[in-house]
Design a protein around this ligand. Structure first.
Ligand code: ZN
Length: 327
């Protein structure tokens, strides 16, 4: 989920945000743009996207995961002009130029293949998508399931609160949804929710979409766990088993790579740093999260990413979004 000041999901009063964000982003955004050459010289800025869609699903809207096609096209043109965009193989060989940037996606929504890839190709921009192969193969998308249950089933909310008391203030309830707890609830209530969650989340890509793009020089696949569980709630065995099961499928594609991004992406609340060490010991080459910062240690195994949304259209808005966490 997006982080930082004025982010769509921050707790700031929406009216105050509506009044102050435009002038503040204009002033700071232009200042950042002016300082960009200095600030970005030895750095790697990694962008994270989920859904590129003019008719986003309820899930994408509720969690600010969508960018429409026109704004996305402008964002990629801006990044292409202001940065040196690299692909994952450059990263793995540490071939990182000044003002380096990467385009990444998470989860595996169909809109990546149908909308994002044609736009990226037209601008000769490579990207990597971190996939949950369970959802690609037609299983229920776990992140969609737990957010759906937390939003629409009151008795499920009570069930999770009772099972996890005390609940930390401000921490979303879905981050307490351990897989076995959820499965127990569904069984007790004789619920599947497969159709409801699919409607709520939107279309996922399929294995035939992956096949078609497997030889596309602009497209790479990475690992986002077999399904979109909350990593910090998983045991070491569960995390590694899910990673390996997913990687086995990804290794079938010539553009599959042994790199990983943490579902939900926030340090501490979603994953732990001992889990980073565990994955490193398993030989994972690069590990991505998303708390909104630019990377200054470009050869680090652990790399941060920042999301953009429909607000980030003009250059000052984009600089404001890119440098939101620099000071
Ligand atoms: Zn994800």
């Amino acid at each position: 989920m997006e982080t930082g000041v004025f982010s769509h999901k921050c707790n700031m009063n929406p009216l105050i945000k509506k009044i102050f964000r435009p002038p503040v982003s204009y002033l700071l955004g232009n200042l950042y743009g002016y300082l960009a050459t200095t600030l970005l010289n030895k750095s790697l800025t990694i962008f994270v996207y989920h859904d590129i869609n003019d008719n986003p699903s309820e899930f994408s809207r509720n969690y600010d995961l969508n960018v429409n096609l026109e704004v996305f096209t402008k964002q990629i043109a801006f990044i292409n002009k202001e940065f040196n965009i690299i692909n994952v193989d450059h990263l793995l060989k540490n071939e990182i130029p000044p003002r380096a940037a990467m385009i990444t996606f998470d989860d595996g929504l169909l809109s990546y293949f149908e909308n994002a890839v044609p736009i990226l190709e037209s601008q000769k921009v490579p990207s990597i998508i971190f996939l949950n192969m369970a959802a690609i193969q037609g299983d229920i998308f776990f992140s969609g399931l737990i957010t759906y249950l937390c939003e629409k089933h009151n008795d499920f909310q009570k069930y999770i609160i009772n099972a996890n008391k005390p609940i930390a203030p401000g921490k979303p309830l879905f981050l307490y949804c351990k897989k076995d707890l959820v499965e127990k609830y569904l069984k007790e209530h004789n619920l599947s929710l497969k159709h409801e969650v699919k409607t709520f989340v939107g279309e996922f890509a399929t294995e035939s979409d992956l096949e078609k793009a497997a030889i596309n020089p602009y497209v790479f696949y990475g690992n986002h766990l077999f399904n979109h569980e909350v990593p910090v709630l998983m045991s070491d065995e569960e995390l590694i088993a899910s990673y390996k099961k997913n990687q086995k499928f990804l290794d079938r594609y010539p553009n599959g790579r042994n790199i990983f991004s943490f579902p939900f992406g926030q340090p501490d609340s979603c994953f732990s740093f001992p889990q980073v060490d565990l994955l490193k010991r398993e030989g994972v080459q690069r590990i991505f999260y998303s708390s909104g910062k630019i990377n200054t240690k470009t050869s680090s195994v652990l790399l941060d990413r920042l999301p953009l949304n429909n607000f980030h259209e003009k250059s000052h808005q984009l600089w404001f979004g890119i440098f939101r966490k620099i000071f």
